[in-house]
Design a protein around this ligand. Structure first.
Ligand code: SIN
Length: 299
């Protein structure tokens, strides 16, 4: 039976006594699914996974996305993306700057993402301390902590999210090798709207669903009102009270819920301090279509 050890503030839980290289029983899968929705971030230490196994585990939670930029995919497994600053013969083997600021993966997509599943193969270290930590902020707590008047004003509001916002921000960083998105890539991912408050279909809790990476506008509000509110939300949601920092070890499988959290990959390591992670992105199709309604929390 899997063992769950939550953090004190309930954002984040370690899960042990499970081997993800083998298919989980329905009962263990239900426990993991509910732990993810409840704690927002979960991690499984000391795993040993090939790309096919990472893909099979991730696919239990929903359909897997093939990244729009179409680069750095695991050969034979396009759903598995390589995140790395390693170069072989002068050529990068992975995306070196993935997620290096606060954002929610795929909020720019009409069909939003449920979870990310990352498997650490190489973790940079300095003086024995891991670098390239991934930081999280709890969007249930951010919603619960909103002032009453702000919550009332945003009731029923929707906001526009744009893939190009984060992409361009990354391109402006010194040393970025990202080319501008092509017309075709922009056509594939036009800005889309989502409710500012989202009820999580598994936990039943409401989350603040806006993020500095992709959210550009509150629909129907004047530009000034929208800017002021977004500035407020972006500051509020990153309050240190709502945070957890994951310090990586090789073999960690780290999984987070993109409705319940925001995240940020800290770029505090140099080109010579190598990081290698494999990632799957799980869409929020199965959590919304009732596929898991028979899986009770304490199954
Ligand atoms: C991501 O945003 O998916 C990347 C996070 C990380 O590499 O820590």
């Amino acid at each position: 039976m899997v063992k769950i050890s939550p953090n004190k503030n309930s954002l984040g839980a370690e899960i042990t006594d499970v081997d993800l290289a083998h298919r989980l029983s329905d009962r263990d899968f239900a426990v993991v699914l509910h732990a993810l929705a409840r704690h927002g971030v979960i991690w499984f230490p000391r795993q040993k996974l090939g790309a096919a196994e990472l893909k099979a585990f991730s696919a239990r939670f929903g359909s897997l996305e093939i990244n729009v930029a179409n680069n750095y995919q695991e050969p034979g497994h396009p759903e598995v993306m390589i995140l790395s600053n390693i170069k072989v013969d002068g050529k990068p083997i992975g995306l070196a700057d993935a997620g290096q600021d606060w954002h929610t993966d795929m909020s720019y997509s009409r069909d939003i993402a449920f979870a990310n599943v990352l498997y650490a193969i190489q973790v940079p270290r300095r003086n024995g301390e891991p670098l390239g930590n991934t930081e999280f902020a709890d969007m249930y707590a951010a919603y619960d902590g909103l002032p009453e008047d702000v919550r009332a004003r945003l009731q029923g509001a929707t906001a526009l999210h744009d893939f190009n916002k984060f992409w361009e921000e990354m391109r402006r960083r010194p040393g970025s090798t990202r080319p501008p998105l092509t017309e075709e890539q922009r056509r594939q991912k036009p800005p889309v709207s989502h409710p500012v408050f989202l009820k999580h279909p598994i936990s039943g809790r409401t989350a603040l669903y806006a993020n500095p990476g992709y959210t550009i506008r509150i629909n129907g509000w004047s530009e000034r009102e929208s800017e002021e509110m977004l500035r407020f939300l972006f500051e509020h949601q990153l309050d240190t009270r709502f945070r957890y920092v994951h310090r990586w070890s090789e073999g960690d499988v780290l999984m987070w819920d993109n409705i319940a959290t925001l995240h940020n990959a800290k770029p505090d390591y140099t080109a010579d301090e190598h990081r290698l992670i494999k990632r799957c992105q799980v869409m929020a199709d199965r959590i919304f279509d009732g596929s898991f309604s028979h899986l009770a929390a304490g199954a």
